[in-house]
Design a protein around this ligand. Structure first.
Ligand code: C2O
Ligand code: CU
Ligand code: CU
Length: 528
């Protein structure tokens, strides 16, 4: 008998044949990976703004001495005002993109990296093929053409790599930047502008003895998510802001892979929050500390008017309990050994450390005052939802080397019945992180992000066994307004209402702990 050799081509053929039945039901699945979609601009799209972004390698000064090899984004404006794109000099962060609501934008993305990649516009409501799904990754030398209208309201959004299985490493290497949208009602408020409108991207990184980025891929690292021992702000360590004695609008993005921040001023001044993921809140809210999970944004009104010249104030991350730990099942010996592998790390998740320092270095009078009303946010009504009494579950769980949503791991072209959503509907979801009991061997917080339109948080429920840890973060959660990422603590269930308007096709939902995402804690919805 002759043994037939393994024939990969035949395997692939069978797979495609098997898929055709599916694609008949969901034509969108025809866009398989690396399909040559959006390689050229379309003739019937007339952009107001045209820019070019290049994904490339670079060496930038971060620590004293040797430069650090990074992956980064640079770019230029082809059509539109120069202010559309602001390069942050000497930083691995990509340029800040500034759009106006209603603008039609075309972006040429050129991949000059030695690897495949794709960019996603986090928080933007754009068509499926413009959303940077991993199936659209382009190879070295290829160009992806995005074309979309900016439908979002004014707010602080961002972009980052979203490459299959490589998102964590690519974002860590530098592939991320801010995307700021403005609109007329925001401009009418007279908030601080120009250099008093300050975006600050907070990230953690680890460096080796030669100033090169370190990234470990070992099992415990991936289960917990990467935690670095240097805190960088806008790509710089020991960040000090030279400020004037006047009001500022400060936009914060947590661009870290998995670190969660509990931010507070060291002198006890409260924080005045005016916005979050999807733009301005209805009115300012004052907190003694605020939580900022990976991918979340917060906008602060910070008034230094009462500060004297030369005074300093430090923004810290305070201690909190994140309840991370193994649940039953594993022997202590094994746990101890793996714990030891992590112990080189000095800034543990939930420990206290400094984030940045502000020094009042000049006196000026700012005339802005904090508006008591910031915006109008229509409350989504539960009664208008499609299944008001039957919310779709998103069950979070972790097992040995896998992180799951509803017991499933990410796979391209794998839409299940409960992941199909009728277009132009409002859907309730219950994101359950072990509220009814543990779902796996690990108990930890997960920042859950849904692509597409922003959602609203309806309620949080916490199991009594988790309430002590929860009480260390609860007062800092900003659940008002529009959100695209929500921190779900261990033992917690969060109910959200999310609209699915305008665009059919595939939109992702996943944990924004990027190591979890790459481990499979990610799925697709099909809107049809
Ligand atoms: Cu910020 Cu799917 O990601
Ligand atoms: Cu996103
Ligand atoms: Cu997670």
């Amino acid at each position: 008998m002759i043994n037939k050799p393994y024939n990969p081509d035949r395997r692939r053929l069978l797979k495609i044949a098997g898929m055709s039945a599916l694609t008949a039901v969901h034509p969108v699945l025809l866009f398989a990976k690396n399909a040559n979609v959006n390689r050229t601009p379309s003739a019937n799209f007339h952009p107001d703004i045209e820019i070019e972004l290049n994904l490339k390698t670079d060496n930038v000064p971060i620590l004293e001495g040797q430069k650090t090899h990074v992956w980064t984004v640079d770019g230029n404006v082809i059509k539109g005002p120069d202010s559309t794109l602001k390069i942050i000099n000497q930083s691995y962060l990509g340029p800040i993109l500034r759009f106006q609501q209603g603008q039609k934008v075309r972006i040429f993305l050129n991949n000059q990296l030695p690897a495949e990649s794709i960019l996603h516009w986090h928080g933007l409501h754009v068509p499926s093929a413009m959303d940077g799904n991993p199936m659209y990754a382009i190879n070295t030398g290829e160009t992806y053409v995005y074309e979309f209208e900016v439908l979002n309201r004014a707010g602080t959004y961002w972009y980052h790599a979203h490459t299959h299985g490589r998102t964590a490493k690519q974002v860590y290497s530098g592939l991320a930047g801010l995307l700021i949208v403005s609109d007329p009602s925001e401009q009418a408020l007279g908030l601080p502008t120009g250099s008093q409108d300050l975006p600050l991207v907070i990230q953690d990184r680890s460096f080796d003895g030669n100033n090169q980025l370190q990234y470990s891929n070992h099992m415990m690292q991936r289960m917990h998510g990467f935690i670095g021992d240097n805190i960088l702000v806008n790509g710089l360590p020991d960040f000090t802001l030279e400020a004037a004695s006047r009001p500022y609008r400060i936009r914060l993005l947590n661009g870290s892979n998995s670190r969660i921040y509990k931010l507070a001023w060291d002198d006890g001044s409260p924080l005045v929050v005016i916005g979050n993921d999807g733009g301005l809140l209805e009115k300012p809210t004052t907190r003694s500390f605020v939580m900022l999970a990976p991918a979340e944004r917060l906008e602060l009104w910070v008034d230094f008017s009462q500060k004297s010249l030369g005074s300093e104030i430090t923004l810290k991350s305070l201690e909190f309990s994140h309840g991370s730990g193994m649940m039953g099942g594993m022997g202590m010996g094994r746990m101890g050994r793996m714990g030891g592998m992590m112990s080189h790390n000095t800034l543990k998740q939930g420990s206290e450390f400094n984030v940045l320092k502000v020094r009042i270095s000049h006196r000026t009078k700012g005339k802005e005052t904090l508006p008591s009303k910031l915006s109008n946010i229509p409350k989504l009504s539960h009664n208008k939802a499609q299944n008001p009494n039957n919310p779709r579950p998103i069950r979070l769980s972790m097992r040995h080397m896998s992180a799951l949503l509803n017991g499933r791991s990410y796979k391209m072209n794998d839409i299940r019945a409960d992941e199909i959503i009728p277009i132009n509907t409002l859907q309730p979801f219950e994101i359950d992180n072990g509220f009814q009991g543990s779902h796996g061997m690990m108990n930890m917080p997960h920042p859950i992000h849904l692509h597409g339109e922003q959602f609203q948080i309806v309620k949080r429920e916490v199991s009594s066994r988790s309430s002590r840890a929860y009480s260390t973060v609860a007062d800092g959660l900003i659940d008002e307004g529009w959100k695209d990422t929500v921190l779900v603590m261990p033992g917690e269930k969060v109910t959200i209402l999310k609209p699915f308007n305008d665009f059919k096709g595939i939109f992702m939902y996943h944990c924004h702990n990027l190591e979890h995402e790459d481990m499979g804690m990610m799925r697709d919805f099909l809107i049809q």
